[in-house]
Ligand binder design. Structure first.
Ligand SMILES: *[C@@H]1O[C@H](CO)[C@@H](O)[C@H](O)[C@H]1NC(C)=O
Ligand SMILES: *[C@@H]1O[C@H](CO)[C@@H](O)[C@H](O)[C@H]1NC(C)=O
Ligand SMILES: *[C@@H]1O[C@H](CO)[C@@H](O)[C@H](O)[C@H]1NC(C)=O
Ligand SMILES: *[C@@H]1O[C@H](CO)[C@@H](O)[C@H](O)[C@H]1NC(C)=O
Ligand SMILES: *[C@@H]1O[C@H](CO)[C@@H](O)[C@H](O)[C@H]1NC(C)=O
Ligand SMILES: *[C@@H]1O[C@H](CO)[C@@H](O)[C@H](O)[C@H]1NC(C)=O
Ligand SMILES: *[C@@H]1O[C@H](CO)[C@@H](O)[C@H](O)[C@H]1NC(C)=O
Ligand SMILES: *[C@@H]1O[C@H](CO)[C@@H](O)[C@H](O)[C@H]1NC(C)=O
Ligand SMILES: *[C@@H]1O[C@H](CO)[C@@H](O)[C@H](O)[C@H]1NC(C)=O
Ligand SMILES: *[C@@H]1O[C@H](CO)[C@@H](O)[C@H](O)[C@H]1NC(C)=O
Length: 799
């Protein structure tokens, strides 16, 4: 009988309970087939399914897998044949000797063959697919939990010598570049040479090996309440170093996955899919893979010639100027120069300084690849030396010494500012942000031809051809430069705009979008780039001594990438004109949304608050150089076409503030949102943003401004005080003005009020960090009862 028809029939004929127990057992002789309809065996709760999954949408290839069955993502947690996908029409059979996956021709693709005889199989509610041994119902002849791929689930235990292998990319289930090995008592994360799988040194280890007298790691346990720890052979439990403790949640699914980018992450997903939330990481290892993964051979976290920057705890790979992604579909495959780099046929004979120029690209370090050290040298000498050396791809100059490096560059990572100067040799005529993949081919073709003719032809022909080719190249270059002029910027490199171009794009700075503390913002449309809408900010007061730093600050802002930050597209820096060009946000500011009538939906407000918190965590903790915003308020949060919140104006305070100690400057920020330490002589830290976030969170919750002078009741004028009073009296309904969806979500409402109270504590050191705030908002950390706020806010806002 058809395997799918059987449970259906039972469902129709018997009460539910009987169906459930019947569905758990899969009898010998049952089979699944990878036809166009997806067939699977479900666990009794239907949380998990085992069966065939189509790879990509339209492909004729299938994966035998286990997945979360109740959430929209249908996330795969185990797979059998990632390296060897099954064609349409393949079958899986359950026999007394085990599982057998065969292609339509009858050839075995994969098997799960235990050494014991099998009586039947079951998909368990834990996500474990088991083959029961015949004669003993509690003995498993084979189980997916003991043959993990890249994911483990709660209740799963890894014994010594277990291995997890990452997949190659998000959607390609072939064996990838990273492994988790639990051997010799320690958990290790290792990168391997791909595809030969030679093991490089580990980039994380739990150090629970036998050399320590207190016993050696014996099992890696992911327990029922989503805690991950190592049990030693003496019974002692050891938490993974650097992995914070979680407060347990029963309403979430959990998994720990070794992702394709090498990060081991624990994820949670609300079981109730109507909350619209998807998987979010709760903990990750290692803390900074860009820095930890470091080998003399191999490319490092990212591919060769690229560099790694950390975003939300994950590596992001980018290319230096003059280089483009080697595989546009896979950022981890490295970068290649978009010009001919090396000792080719066009070198030597012509003046290198006509062909190449130096681009400074600071603060990125490629620790290996040095082949020469010149000392003492000044920067000019260093640059000229590299330009004239066909082996030299980049030179590092530290004030006295000049190191020359050759390709490929490896282990690149973005360092803090203050690292030596990184001088890239690029071909003239290439725009820094230009990333047309065909660029290198265009240039290479004729040059290779040239080489070939020089070797083979007569002198006369050569001279003639040489002339023809040079003319062709010149024409080519001109065309190329013209293309470059109006090419839009790539996603990572900033584009340089001329003042006239922006004047034209904004129709002579006509349509004003708003006036901020840094200047006026105008709407514009880029003529060249398919009519893309932009927002142009004209900076009006740049501190004198900051002018030199304008470019480097702007490029630091340009290097931030987060979906909750407004993306900087480019800038103009001509004489006294300094303008920043941003993506245009279709739905205006958060202030327009929350202070409007009727109030926006509670769930939308909840989502927006979480998004802002994520953006701030990124600015404070995940950028290479932490960025303090200093002016967080609803007017500086923009909403895109999907009402996703994006923080704007970040990074500007540093640029425009002439002295960070602010003794002789005005207070930055806006009345009602500024933290008390601005008024004292206390140092200003990221906690000022936490304060402003707290005030803004209250505004989002209550849909009213932090200060309202025209209110009937005096006690209501200052939002922070009124909110605390209402909270203390338990009168949340007054606070949200009987907002029904908010009252229905009372426990969140109460918790978030408490979080806001913690954010606006007077003593900055008592305020939580944004990361902790985010974890509390997400419900991952408990929120302690807040103390009564000081009356300081009255003094501030009343002045
Ligand atoms: C099979 O599953 C894939 C992925 O889950 C889904 O996109 C597709 O629509 C399913 N096909 C059918 C016929 O249900
Ligand atoms: C697969 O489907 C998703 C949405 O269902 C779509 O966005 C994507 O473009 C599709 N990919 C292919 C290769 O068809
Ligand atoms: C059945 O298997 C379990 C687990 O392996 C084992 O503890 C038990 O002794 C076995 N029972 C028999 C009767 O073999
Ligand atoms: C996965 O990547 C490998 C290596 O690039 C490739 O051979 C294979 O075809 C890919 N698999 C799928 C399903 O795309
Ligand atoms: C485990 O320890 C042994 C002996 O110290 C060593 O030879 C082996 O390479 C180690 N294995 C791993 C995976 O580190
Ligand atoms: C033993 O433990 C200490 C601290 O817990 C650690 O620093 C050391 O590396 C460990 N040694 C081994 C061999 O695991
Ligand atoms: C999981 O482990 C933690 C401690 O590591 C413990 O507090 C908790 O009770 C355990 N949960 C279960 C279900 O065993
Ligand atoms: C899921 O969440 C929605 C809205 O948050 C709620 O109405 C519903 O009762 C929840 N369902 C379950 C099963 O908890
Ligand atoms: C869930 O997300 C979708 C797409 O992002 C959106 O259209 C929908 O309104 C959201 N639903 C809720 C309840 O937030
Ligand atoms: C660098 O050194 C060269 C040769 O010693 C000298 O001509 C040049 O002026 C120096 N440049 C600077 C900027 O000091």
């Amino acid at each position: 009988m058809d395997s799918l028809a059987l449970p259906c029939l039972i469902l129709l004929c018997f009460p539910l309970l009987q169906f459930l127990s019947a569905a758990t057992t899969i009898n010998l002789g049952s089979s699944l087939s990878s036809t166009s309809s997806n067939s699977s065996w479900l666990s009794p709760s239907e949380d998990f399914a085992f069966g065939f999954r189509q790879l990509n949408n339209n492909s004729d290839l299938f994966l035998l897998a286990i997945w979360f069955n109740k959430i929209p993502e249908r996330t795969i947690v185990w797979h059998a044949n990632g390296d060897n996908p099954a064609p349409r029409g393949s079958t899986l059979e359950l026999t007394a000797t085990g599982l057998l996956l065969k292609d339509p021709g009858g050839k075995t693709i994969w098997d799960g063959k235990p050494d014991k005889k099998v009586s039947d199989a079951a998909m368990l509610d834990t996500g474990n697919f088991v083959l029961r041994a015949s004669g003993n119902n509690s003995d498993y002849a084979w189980q997916s939990f003991k043959n993990p791929t890249d994911t483990i689930l709660p209740t799963q235990i890894l014994d010594l010598d277990s291995v997890l292998i990452s997949r190659l990319t998000e959607t390609n289930f072939s064996k990838g570049r990273f492994e988790l090995r639990f051997s010799n008592g320690s958990l290790k994360l290792i990168s391997v040479a791909w595809p030969s799988r030679f093991q490089y040194k580990s980039y994380y280890t739990s150090n629970t090996g036998s050399a320590n007298s207190t016993g050696s790691g014996h099992q890696l346990v992911f327990n029922e309440s989503a805690d991950v720890y190592i049990v030693k052979d003496n019974g002692q439990i050891v938490q993974l170093p650097q992995w914070a403790k979680l407060s347990p949640r029963v309403d979430h699914y959990f998994r720990v996955t070794l992702d394709f980018d090498g990060v081991l992450a624990e994820y949670a997903h609300p079981k109730n899919s109507s909350t619209n939330q998807s998987w979010f990481p709760t903990r990750t290892l290692p803390d900074d893979i860009c820095r930890r993964l470091f080998n003399e051979i191999g490319s490092g976290t990212c591919g060769f010639n690229s560099y790694c920057l950390l975003q939300n705890g994950r590596p992001f790979c980018d290319c230096p100027p003059g280089y483009v992604l080697a595989d546009p579909n896979n950022r981890f495959r490295g970068c290649k120069p978009n010009f001919w780099q090396g000792c080719g046929p066009d070198d030597g004979s012509r003046n290198a300084q006509e062909l190449y120029e130096i681009r400074e690209f600071n603060n990125v370090d490629w620790p290996f690849g040095d082949y020469e050290r010149l000392e003492p040298y000044n920067q000019t000498e260093c640059e000229i030396s590299c330009l004239h050396d066909c082996l030299c791809a980049v030179a590092i100059y530290d004030g006295n010494r000049c190191w020359k490096k050759k390709l490929p560059l490896s282990n690149g990572w973005l360092r803090d500012t203050g690292f030596s100067k990184v001088l890239f040799k690029v071909r003239k005529g290439n725009f820094p942000g230009y990333s047309d993949n065909s660029g290198s081919k265009k240039e290479r073709g004729p040059l290779f031809l040239l080489g070939a003719f020089l070797l083979g032809g007569s002198i006369f022909c050569n001279a003639f051809l040489l002339l023809a080719i040079l003319i062709f190249l010149k024409w080519r270059r001109r065309k190329y430069e013209n293309n470059v002029q109006d090419s839009s910027t790539s996603e990572t490199n900033l584009r340089f705009f001329s003042y006239n171009e922006l004047k034209e794009a904004t129709g002579g700075f006509k349509e004003e979008l708003g006036r901020g503390s840094f200047g006026i913002v105008y709407k514009g449309v880029l003529k060249s780039a398919s009519g893309k809408a932009i927002a142009v900010k004209k900076l009006d007061r740049l501190a004198q001594e900051r002018e030199r730093e304008f470019k480097s600050e702007v490029s630091a802002i340009g290097r931030t990438h987060h979906k909750n930050l407004v993306q900087l597209l480019g800038f103009c820096d001509e004489a006294l004109n300094r303008l920043l060009v941003y993506e245009f946000m279709g739905n205006g500011t958060l202030a327009n949304l929350i202070f409007a009538i009727p109030k926006p939906d509670w769930n939308l407000r909840v989502r927006i608050s979480l998004e802002i918190a994520r953006g701030l965590v990124y600015l404070h903790e995940e950028c290479n150089v932490p960025i303090i915003h200093c002016d967080i308020k609803p007017q500086n949060i923009l909403l895109d076409n999907y009402f996703s919140a994006k923080i704007s104006d970040f990074g500007l305070s540093k640029l425009l503030l002439s002295d960070q100690s602010r003794t002789h400057t005005m207070i930055r920020g806006t009345r009602g949102y500024v933290a008390p330490e601005w008024f004292k002589n206390a140092p200003v830290s990221a906690k000022v943003d936490v304060y402003s976030f707290g005030v803004m969170l209250l505004e989002i919750i209550c849909c009213r401004r932090s200060v309202e002078m025209e209110v009937e009741e005096e006690g209501r004028a200052i939002l922070t005080d009124w909110a605390y009073d209402c909270y203390a009296e338990g009168r949340l309904d007054v606070l949200v003005d009987s907002d029904e969806p908010a009252m229905a979500d009372r426990s969140r409402l109460q918790k978030w009020l408490m979080i806001a109270m913690w954010c606006i504590r007077e003593d900055p050191s008592k305020r939580p960090t944004m990361k902790v705030v985010l974890q509390m908002l997400e419900g991952l950390l408990e929120v302690p009862n807040p103390p009564c706020p000081s009356s300081f806010s009255i003094a501030v806002t009343g002045s």
